[in-house]
Design a protein around this ligand. Structure first.
Ligand code: ADE
Length: 366
């Protein structure tokens, strides 16, 4: 995954520069300095990242006030930030869970900006060997945020190194092997671990229990997604009518990442049509071309529902049989397709398997 580093912003900055987004240059994440105007952030980025202050980075909200939606989560975090700042402590360890694309990484970067600290971003598959996490923890400075994406995929050894690190800010390293092996404990500066997962149930309970805050990100409402699209359109920039923005939002499956992706495709279409702005009609035509239907279902969602309806008599059907019939990975079905289909009531999970609902049958014209 791309490694992203945030440059901390002063708490009262009115116009913060965008977070730097860089390609991963090695297995170690990019570290950024604490707020220090004399230290050019760019010097710490690999060459490939320089000049790649991509639109992606600009589109990400930088501060909590810019972050649209997730009202409950923002309320909880505002209290935590104020309390931690009042005590001059780092934030408690935080576990964010929910479907992909809802803004977990963005929120970690925002928290670093709000706290005025570094954010080191990595993901569990990059921490396969114990030395990977040891290397990261040894580089941490006081108050830093360490963000681990897909935290449910950590190896057992890495997870066990994290327990004392999270609980007592201590790194227990085993030196030597067999009977002569010794454990050396190294103190760590206080830091905040932010874990992100699409599968909170797959976390071991010892790991889950070490998070002081466990928060779910929800799908976004239509009005929130419409506001996000207007904001992104202003950044790109591209002209869009209110009806055009709502049409894109309606097809974005409650997910800002999808909304912004669709907006870019609709922008391309509008540009090629030489139209001055994105209208409802242009948005609909562009998205039909991409096989994104008026509810945001794409080819894979529709195929999944059709297979349940046609091959398994609307279900119930077990996930494995479904994956085999669809020729798709179980994880993609579980983590990418299902959450939204469940949310809109097109799919049900029963003890005997997946069921396509009457609403799904109707939508697909059965
Ligand atoms: N872009 C992507 N997600 C966003 C959000 N939650 N608020 C504002 N802009 C966004």
């Amino acid at each position: 995954m791309a490694i992203i580093s945030s440059r901390p912003q002063p708490a009262n900055s009115e116009d913060p520069p965008p977070a730097k987004v860089g390609k991963k240059a090695s297995s170690s994440p990019i570290q950024t300095p604490k707020t220090d105007p004399s230290l050019p952030n760019r010097e710490l980025l690999p060459k490939a990242a320089i000049g790649e202050e991509t639109q992606e980075a600009k589109i990400r909200p930088q501060r909590l006030v810019d972050y649209i939606g997730q009202k409950d989560l923002k309320g909880v975090l505002q209290i935590s930030i104020a309390a931690a700042q009042g005590r001059k402590d780092p934030l408690d360890h935080l576990l964010l869970y929910g479907p992909p694309g809802l803004g977990k990484t963005t929120m970690a970067l925002i928290l670093a900006a709000e706290m005025g600290t570094n954010c080191q971003i990595t993901s569990a598959p990059a921490l396969e060997r114990p030395r990977d996490i040891v290397g990261l923890l040894m580089k941490i400075t006081a108050g830093d945020i360490l963000f681990i994406d897909e935290i449910h995929r950590l190896s057992r050894m890495t997870e066990e190194l994290l327990y004392p690190a999270m609980e007592d800010f201590r790194l227990d390293i085993t030196i030597g092997k067999g009977q002569s092996a010794k454990i050396r404990s190294l103190p760590l500066p206080p830091f905040t671990l932010i874990g992100a997962t699409t599968r909170v149930g797959a976390l071991s309970s010892p790991l889950r229990d070490r998070f002081g805050l466990i928060q779910r990100l929800k799908f976004y409402e239509l009005d929130e997604l419409t506001t996000i699209i207007h904001r992104t359109a202003g950044i790109l920039p591209v002209n869009i009518t209110p009806e055009g923005a709502m049409e894109v939002a309606r097809r974005a499956r409650g997910t800002p990442r999808i909304a912004n992706r669709l907006l870019k495709r609709v922008r391309d279409y509008t540009q090629v049509q030489q139209a001055p702005q994105i209208t409802k009609e242009l948005a609909a035509a562009a998205l039909e071309l991409l096989e994104v239907d008026p509810l945001g279902l794409d080819w894979l969602d529709r195929s999944l529902l059709k297979i349940i309806i046609e091959h398994f008599n609307s279900g119930p059907v077990g996930l494995e049989s479904l994956a085999a019939a669809l020729g798709e990975d179980i994880k993609t079905i579980e983590e990418v397709c299902e959450p939204y289909l469940l949310q809109i009531g097109y799919l049900q999970r029963t003890p005997r398997g997946r069921v396509a609902t009457e609403a799904a049958r109707k939508h697909l014209g059965y």
